[in-house]
Design a binder for this molecule. Structure first.
Ligand code: SF4
Length: 173
């Protein structure tokens, strides 16, 4: 109820843009679905742009048209939601997707996790910010900061984006 009241307050001035920062955090799945339905119908009725900030990739799939994946305060990959889910090129995005539990598919699929923790923004590693945790790190990753660039159907900041097999992204393994 509080989330719904917050959304109503945010819409009171008839904005063109709504920033929804973790709108479903700590809600059970039923209420979460209600909030997502509400946001979808508001978006359609008011032709509203919604910037959704979320750690929950299920929520992102349910609402977003385009996705930006951030790491250490920077966009490391962006594209249409379908491309990000099925044709992502960044090891971080791949890892996030592989960490999502799924009720269908292989019974004994292992959920992945990254070693270490996200860096302090006061001490971002040299080269690629993700390099201390990246399973695909190579020598050049420690030297140059990769820029966001188009590769396939997404934009990605990774020196080795072309090396990743896109066919593996669709099974998120
Ligand atoms: S640039 Fe290197 S360290 Fe960074 S994500 Fe790509 S492979 Fe990993």
């Amino acid at each position: 109820m509080c989330q719904q009241v917050m959304i109503a307050m945010a819409l009171a001035n008839d904005p063109d843009l709504l920033i929804a920062d973790e709108p479903t955090t700590s809600l059970d799945v039923i209420v979460q679905a209600q909030i997502l339905d509400l946001l979808r119908s508001i978006r359609k009725e008011r032709e509203l742009t919604i910037v959704l900030i979320s750690h929950d990739l299920g929520v992102v799939t349910g609402l977003a048209d385009r996705v930006c994946v951030l790491y250490a305060g920077r966009i490391v990959e962006q594209g249409d939601v379908d491309d990000i889910y099925h044709r992502s090129r960044h090891p971080y995005t791949r890892g996030l997707l592989a960490a999502v539990p799924r009720p269908t598919g292989a019974k004994h699929r292992r959920l992945t996790s990254f070693e270490g923790a996200a860096p302090s923004l006061l001490r971002v590693p040299t080269g690629c910010a993700f390099q201390p945790r990246c399973p695909r790190r190579a020598a050049d990753c420690l030297e140059a900061d990769p820029r966001l660039r188009p590769v396939g159907s997404v934009q990605v900041a990774c020196h080795h984006a072309e090396d990743l097999d896109v066919s593996c992204a669709s099974d998120r393994s």
